[in-house]
Design a protein around this ligand. Structure first.
Ligand SMILES: Cc1cc2nc3c(=O)[nH]c(=O)nc-3n(C[C@H](O)[C@H](O)[C@H](O)COP(=O)(O)OP(=O)(O)OC[C@H]3O[C@@H](n4cnc5c(N)ncnc54)[C@H](O)[C@@H]3O)c2cc1C
Length: 417
């Protein structure tokens, strides 16, 4: 019998584990390498939303107009550390260049070509897990304090609907009916009927990793320090302890950490790690059923199995900067002003931070290394990595097999910048 070809995936976050599972389904003997324990990656601190309709890029005019005010407000949802400025300036100029209406429409259409497959692509992976139901029954809400907030968003609703996603405007009474704790606090909102929420973001990745291992996959808890090559092909990787690990195919899915390894790949992508802070209240004193985006506050309430998680916001910091947990404190204070019954005491709170791997056009990189063509690239999923993990995995496995991907992946090329 012919021996199975081998694949090695660098990074065991949501994108890496989904790539590993799809490669396994394609017949590869797969090794997944990550220095962290399963589940301890960026998506642990995500809002857990299957945000299939979140395709309009963040550079949309409504957001850009708010940036100067946010930057001047030390408690605002956007923070820029001075040390980040030199590195982030070129990134930000590219981001602003994506604000033209034609570009916004184009990016939204391209992202939708991925997100529309999200549930179908997760289905076979979850069917193989011991507990297959991870997406819950409740859709996601977005609420606005002022009519202007929704007015800014309205311009993009038609685009989302034209791309096939469900968006329904709701009034204050309907918000209160759906979430009694928010009754009387908001006059307008949106219901995203086709979004769902993963309530245990850490457990979700643990379950996928367990399924990968049960099906014969190998997970090494260590760091990849170098990609090895010979005769124009990658031959494997070097691990932190100096050991070599050979593979026929490599996948770089290390989130922001991908930057550290692409020296040998003949590429450079403007990839920034953009911080988002979360506070989990284990005994919150307030019940919410839906994940609720609080648009004017720039953060989100997400009911999780471990408590009520409150977080989001955007922080630009230099690579490797220590998190500034005062950002999470600010979010909690704002949440308490909105919901005075919230119980937020030191003993019942846990803080966390995730560094979203963002490229300026908010689209992921799903491609082949231009120099070592048996290295596949799967990073840069920004605010959509949880949603797009399985779809990325499916496309990566098709590329590994040398099959034409089932859809046009030109928009996700690494050399588009
Ligand atoms: C506050 C916040 C809210 C969010 N909300 C949502 C949401 O509601 N819905 C959604 O879809 N997305 C959301 N996201 C985005 C989502 O979390 C990310 O896009 C996603 O987690 C990225 O996954 P990844 O696997 O690419 O990277 P990561 O999760 O960062 O995983 C990369 C892994 O690579 C490993 N690694 C790094 N370097 C190496 C190396 N040299 N060798 C081996 N391993 C290495 C790291 O240890 C890490 O485990 C949110 C993010 C934040 C921060």
């Amino acid at each position: 019998m012919k021996q199975a070809e081998t694949a090695l995936v660098i990074g065991g976050g949501i994108v890496g584990v989904c790539c590993a599972l799809y490669l396994q389904r394609a017949g590869y003997a797969v090794t997944l390498v990550d220095p962290e324990a399963p589940g301890n990656s960026t998506a642990k601190w995500s809002c857990g939303q299957m945000a299939v309709g979140e395709v309009v890029p963040l550079s949309k005019p409504g957001i850009l107009r708010k940036v100067p005010g946010w930057l001047l407000d030390s408690t605002g949802p956007l923070a820029l550390r001075p040390s980040a400025l030199p590195g982030i300036f070129p990134w930000f100029m590219r981001f602003v260049a994506c604000a033209r209406p034609t570009r916004i429409r184009q990016i939204a259409t391209e992202l939708a070509s991925l997100t529309q497959h999200a549930y179908d692509d997760y289905a076979p992976l979850l069917a193989a897990c011991t507990q297959p139901n991870w997406f819950g029954e409740y859709p996601v809400l977005e609420v606005f304090e002022s009519p202007q907030g929704l007015a800014h968003e309205r311009a993009h609703l038609a685009l989302r609907e034209a791309l096939g996603f469900q968006v329904q405007e709701i009034n204050g009474k309907e918000i209160g009916d759906l979430e009694p704790a928010l009754a009387g606090k908001f006059q307008q909102g949106l219901l995203f009927a086709d979004w769902r929420q993963v309530r245990d973001t850490e457990g979700f990745i643990v379950a996928l990793t367990d399924s990968f291992v049960q099906q014969g996959g190998r997970r090494l808890q260590t760091r990849v320090t170098r990609i090895e090559e010979a005769n124009g092909r990658a031959t494997g990787v070097q691990l932190e302890d100096g050991q070599q690990c050979a593979a026929d195919v490599l996948v770089l899915a290390a989130g922001v950490g991908s930057k550290g390894l692409w020296g040998t790949l003949g590429m450079s992508v403007p990839l920034a790690g953009i911080g988002g802070y979360q506070a989990v209240l284990t005994d919150p004193g307030v019940v919410l059923c839906h994940s609720v985006i609080y648009a004017d506050g720039g953060f989100c309430f997400s009911p999780m199995t471990r408590g009520l998680q409150i977080g989001g916001t955007i922080e630009f910091a230099a690579d490797g900067a220590a998190p500034d947990m005062r950002r999470a404190d600010i979010i909690v204070q704002k949440a308490r002003r909105l919901l005075p019954a919230l119980r937020a005491e030191a003993g019942n709170m846990e803080y966390g931070v995730g560094w979203r791997p963002f490229v300026p056009d908010t689209k992921p990189v799903i491609d082949r290394s231009p120099r070592l063509t048996n290295v596949l690239l799967a990073f840069g999923h920004g605010q959509l990595g949880l949603t797009l993990g399985a779809t990325t995995g499916r496309l990566v496995a098709q590329m590994a097999r040398g099959e034409a991907p089932a859809q046009d992946i030109t928009p996700f090329r690494a050399n588009r910048f």
